[in-house]
Design a protein around this ligand. Structure first.
Ligand SMILES: Nc1ncnc2c1ncn2[C@@H]1O[C@H](COP(=O)(O)OP(=O)(O)OP(=O)(O)O)[C@@H](O)[C@H]1O
Length: 642
């Protein structure tokens, strides 16, 4: 009876519709990947079943030989991908094959440009998965039965990919999922033995269970050399087309570059080649194998420290869980791959992983492994490393605070924009910076501002530029946080050029000292007058040797929080204890010279405020009362032109 099947028609989530539309158009030139994606899903489903079977062996009983099968029928114009994995319940099928659970998908899809080439790269990093079936099929049927469910508890899901799907209950003899693709008229080339075998070996050779196809049976010949009639009733025989060995269990020399790349696409759901990988077998106190990959492109949610991350965990070749995050620190959340341990128990849970000493040791070894891989790349393949840095640099910058033990190694990996070329690109290493240090420079100078131009044009850099001292130009949000965890590199301490005393006197002779004292004495009345005007905003007004062409700049105390960090925290709603900067003025600047002899108190007050306000603006700050600043400016301009 029709009602018994509980057939219903449901709509796809809006995001699925958008993704399908984009995928069909932008992956047109690479459509063969549908097979890789479906086999990859089947392999995951089999992995999950094997894991469940660890505690419930009955699940495997009737059909113990785990495998994936690819079948085709030229006349019916179909390809079938059949697995005896975990399968899906009705609810699973509705949720998994009609929605995208990954958060942020909608905003990601909005960012796509409509440019097919670019979009195909982006869709690729998102992982195309099941929906790629619709690149070659105009109708897809999924028949599936959850492991352990009764034969009459299976479901059939059918869709033409245009916005809706139907789902109904069916009988299914076997456990697992059988996907039938009804090929589009122009894609019939895929329903062909040789073509499918080539695709399986190209993309899915590394899958650890057999991917089978029907054996081609050549008819036997009779004595006269004529083919004997074929027994139509004989069940077809299947044979594995792939090598069916977990790739990471093979020796490094037995795995080709192409195989490593395809395996990466399977574990990461990425679509592009990885940038680098490292495959290692560790023996001794702990025994494990790791295969770690660095992707070539950052995922769209990399900024999010809570994004799903981690390695695929296997215990003695049995898949245990995806995204086991305990094996790498958060600042390595971009790393993909596999870890296969011989020491953990098969029923290990996420909670156990968090508090396990073997996992701790593996985590620190794997962290070192990634750092070494990056260090090597930075030395031997600087261009490739630069590409890495441009994608992932901002996460590596979380490293010094996250992982104190490896601070020096991480510092060696950092790349900066500097006053060497003033370019915004972050290309200079600290080691190169130190190599370039001129005689007399013993610190690594840096400035942090809200954006590159503010940093580059800051008055604080004037004296350092004059002396030929290079300064790191920092303007990423994470930078100030990162610098607060870095004290020194290669024996050289870091110095924020906007903080404390710079100690850059050119001349330390007695005469110079004396001249300075005399000047300070001479300037004292001016400084006192200015301090009186600005006392609510600054701790003091002082003379400076930071400046050569600007009249004034703001300086915070050596141990005070930087002005940018303060602003950031205040924006985030934090209450901070009040702390005022000091205003440093350039005694040789014509405005300062003029102020010294200004007898009109009102004009003097305006000028003092203007110096304070322009110093605030030039370090990227905001004025509390911009309208008064403008009217002060206008007043002075009018006076000037009279
Ligand atoms: N052969 C299968 N057996 C059991 N479940 C499956 C099978 N194929 C797909 N699924 C389920 O459907 C979900 C969605 O699959 P889909 O390929 O779209 O996404 P994914 O595998 O999670 O990630 P990606 O999109 O990156 O491939 C899977 O996570 C899985 O739960």
């Amino acid at each position: 009876m029709a009602t018994d099947t509980q057939k219903e028609t449901l709509g796809f989530q809006t995001e699925v519709k958008q993704l399908l539309h984009l995928m069909i158009h932008s992956l047109y030139s690479n459509k063969e990947i549908f097979l890789r994606e479906l086999i990859s899903n089947s392999s995951d489903a089999v992995d999950k079943l094997r894991f469940e079977a660890v505690s419930n062996a009955d699940l495997l009983a009737q059909d113990p030989n785990l495998r994936i099968r690819v079948e085709f029928d030229k006349e019916a114009k179909t390809i079938v991908i059949d697995d005896n994995g975990i399968g899906m319940t009705r609810e699973d099928a509705i949720a998994n094959l009609g929605t995208i659970a990954k958060s942020g998908t909608a905003s990601f899809l909005e960012k796509l440009s409509g440019d097919e080439k670019k979009d195909s790269q982006l869709i690729g990093q998102f992982g195309v998965g099941f929906y790629s079936a619709f690149i070659v099929a105009d109708s897809v049927a999924v028949e599936t039965r959850y492991a352990g469910a009764a034969t009459n508890e299976a479901v059939r899901w059918v869709s033409d990919g245009s916005g809706e799907f139907t789902i109904e209950n069916i009988e299914k003899e076997t456990r697992g999922t059988r996907i039938t693709l009804h090929l589009k008229a122009e894609e019939l080339e895929f329903a062909e033995n040789h073509r499918l075998r080539t695709l399986i070996t190209k993309y899915s050779d590394h899958i650890s269970i057999p991917v089978e196809m029907e054996k081609v049976v050549y008819p036997e010949m009779d004595e006269e050399g004529n083919p004997k009639p074929v027994d139509e009733n004989k069940a077809p025989e299947f044979e594995a087309v792939n090598s069916a060995k977990a790739l990471w269990t093979r020796g490094r020399n037995d795995v080709t570059e192409e195989e490593y790349k395809e395996f990466y696409k399977h574990v990461s759901h990425d679509f592009q080649d990885p940038l680098k990988w490292s495959h290692n077998k560790v023996e001794g106190k702990l025994e494990y194998t790791s295969l770690l990959y660095i992707p070539s492109k950052a995922p769209y949610d990399l900024w999010n420290r809570d994004m799903q991350r981690g390695l695929k965990l296997y215990v003695q070749r049995v898949f245990i869980m995806d995204e086991a995050e305990a094996f790498l620190p958060p600042y390595m959340r971009f790393v993909k791959g596999v870890v296969d341990s011989n020491d953990l128990s098969l029923n290990v849970s996420r909670e156990i992983l968090q508090n396990d000493s073997a996992v701790d040791s593996m985590r620190s070894a794997l962290t070192k492994r990634v750092l070494d891989m990056l260090t090597k790349m930075s030395k031997n393949e600087p261009e490739q490393y630069q590409a890495f840095w441009d994608e992932f640099g901002n996460v590596i910058k979380e490293g010094p605070a996250d992982d104190m033990g490896n601070k020096d190694k991480i510092a060696g990996l950092l790349r900066f924009s500097t006053t060497k070329d003033d370019a915004p690109e972050q290309t200079h290493s600290l080691a190169n910076y130190i190599e370039r240090m001129p005689e007399g420079q013993d610190k690594i100078y840096y400035i942090y501002a809200e954006n590159h131009n503010t940093a580059k044009n800051s008055p604080h850099l004037e004296i350092l530029r004059k002396k030929g001292f290079e300064v790191l130009l920092l303007s990423d949000r994470i930078d100030e946080w990162m610098m607060s965890s870095l004290q020194e590199f290669d024996g050289k301490s870091f110095q924020d050029v906007t903080k404390g005393k710079l100690d850059l006197e050119e001349d330390s002779s007695e005469e110079a000292k004396k001249a300075k004292e005399e000047q300070a004495e001479k300037m004292k009345p001016l400084l006192d007058r200015m301090t009186e005007v600005l006392k609510e905003k600054v701790t003091a007004v002082k003379t400076t040797d930071r400046l050569t062409s600007s009249p004034a700049c703001l300086v915070v105390g050596e141990y005070d929080m930087g002005l940018q960090m303060r602003r950031l925290l205040e924006q985030a709603g934090q209450q901070l204890p009040e702390s005022k900067p000091s205003l440093e003025i350039n005694p040789e600047h014509p405005i300062v010279v003029k102020m010294d002899v200004e007898s009109d108190e009102e004009r003097f007050t305006d000028m003092a405020w203007l110096l304070f306000e322009q110093a605030t603006l030039s370090e990227g700050g905001q004025l509390e009362d911009p309208a008064t600043f403008v009217s002060r400016m206008n007043k002075l301009i009018v006076q000037l032109s009279q």
